[in-house]
Design a protein around this ligand. Structure first.
Ligand code: PMP
Length: 405
């Protein structure tokens, strides 16, 4: 049976509105997803019923808040199949989690060591490594992947005895391709490099098993998987987390403080300075619950079907460059020669279609594709075939109008 996105939509109050009197087609899910009632209610319940600071054990509400907060960690650990709850460190999101690792590993890097990333990375998985390289004298190297996410010939020469860190995205936010993750991780491990996977665009679509991937670090953001903004996860193997120097210091992450020295707390607290984003963690756990309630195979199939529907319709038209693959993707990324993607975006918006135009925080990838930006329609569990058609109809209308100008 096909995935029932039509019924599921009812769990998303924000989608029950029109935009400028047109049906609102929210197709900007790779930027952020909408939130189901389960998540909204969990956050409200926290503030209505047990808001207090955690880890103090000082009173009734604090105990309740602490219990819910640690249960949230457990829920998230289960969601990605982390072996222990303490392997889940809260962060603000993917960006902060990558910065935590880049900062935390700095003390292990020496001049001429190599940090390897791929050519499909979001700036969040590029700039922190580049800056780390500047600070340490290490070299940032870029493993070229084709725009189909395939290896360039001779890719193996990019992994060397000096490769200390290998960081790669699981799915490209800009063009939707999946990278050959497992082969890359296995290759990097032969050189004893630390491995980090950017799962920002993967967690909402693919069931993630960090033990099967066998990476040292796996990072993602709550807001791209139906959870709240301002919360994300740094998962790490214990030996990898153990060597990270804390990116921030202060309260909560300490066991004992004297003026001359500080004894840090155990994991996960050692890497979580200050009052945490309690409602964010609770909301993210509810988002994990929401996804766990879905038939993940049917859900992914549905999202891919919507992207494929758009691909097939637009392919027929000619004159549209499509950068995302035909199959196995949940988004369509395209450009139209001689029409600026920002103009297409504005026209689509005026008819109720929410998409994203621009470089998608991936300037080097755009340069590789030879464009300044693309127009991206990205699908989520609540999108419908009618919305996919609304996007195609309005886009074709826009092309006709704007091409004449
Ligand atoms: N990596 C990828 C692949 C992304 O798509 C994004 C968000 N667009 C990020 C990292 C950064 O995520 P955040 O802004 O939530 O930190």
């Amino acid at each position: 049976m096909a995935f029932d996105s039509y019924t599921l939509r009812n769990q998303f109050p924000i989608l029950q509105q029109t935009a400028y009197d047109y049906p609102l087609a929210y197709l900007d899910n790779a930027a952020t997803t909408q939130k189901p009632l389960l998540v909204l209610d969990a956050i409200q319940d926290y503030y209505r019923s047990f808001n207090a600071n955690v880890h103090r054990g000082a009173h009734f509400l604090s105990d309740r808040a602490t219990n819910h907060f640690e249960q949230a960690r457990e829920r998230v650990a289960n969601f990605i199949n982390a072996p222990e709850n303490s392997h889940v460190i809260w962060s603000k999101g993917t960006t902060e989690a990558i910065n935590m690792v880049a900062y935390g590993l700095e003390h292990l890097l020496e001049k001429d060591d190599e940090i390897l990333i791929t050519s499909l990375e979001h700036h969040a998985n590029l700039v922190p490594w580049q800056q780390l390289a500047f600070r340490t004298g290490a070299r940032l190297r870029v493993l070229p992947l084709t725009s189909n996410g395939e290896w360039e010939p001779e890719y193996q020469k990019y992994f060397t005895d000096r490769t200390r860190i290998f960081a790669a995205t699981q799915v490209s936010n800009a063009i939707g391709v999946r990278t050959p993750l497992q082969t890359m991780i296995n290759e990097a491990k032969q050189y004893n490099a630390f491995t980090l996977v950017d799962g920002a665009q993967a967690v909402a679509h693919y069931p993630v098993d960090v033990q099967a991937i066998d990476c040292d670090f796996y990072v993602f953001s709550g807001h791209k998987m139906y959870g709240p903004t301002g919360i994300g996860v740094l998962y790490g193997k214990s030996q990898a987390l153990d060597v990270l120097l804390p990116y921030q210091t202060g309260g909560e992450m300490v066991r004992h403080v004297a003026y001359q020295a500080t004894e840090f707390n155990i994991l996960p607290y050692r890497l979580e300075a200050g009052t945490p984003h309690i409602d964010g963690a609770i909301g993210l756990a509810a988002a994990c619950e929401f996804l766990a309630q879905q038939d993940r195979v049917a859900l992914l199939d549905w999202e891919q079907k919507l992207a494929n529907h758009v691909y097939t319709r637009l392919r027929k038209e000619g004159g549209i460059e499509i950068y995302s693959p035909e199959h196995e993707t949940t988004l369509v990324s395209l450009s139209v020669p001689n029409i600026h993607t920002i103009d297409l975006n504005a026209y689509l918006d005026s008819k109720g279609v929410a998409v994203r135009a621009g470089s998608h925080c991936a300037h080097p990838l755009m340069a590789q594709l030879g464009v300044s930006g693309t127009l991206r329609a990205s699908f989520a569990c609540y999108n419908t075939l009618e919305e996919a058609d609304q996007f195609c109809d309005v886009l074709l209308e826009a092309i006709e109008i704007l091409a004449d100008e």
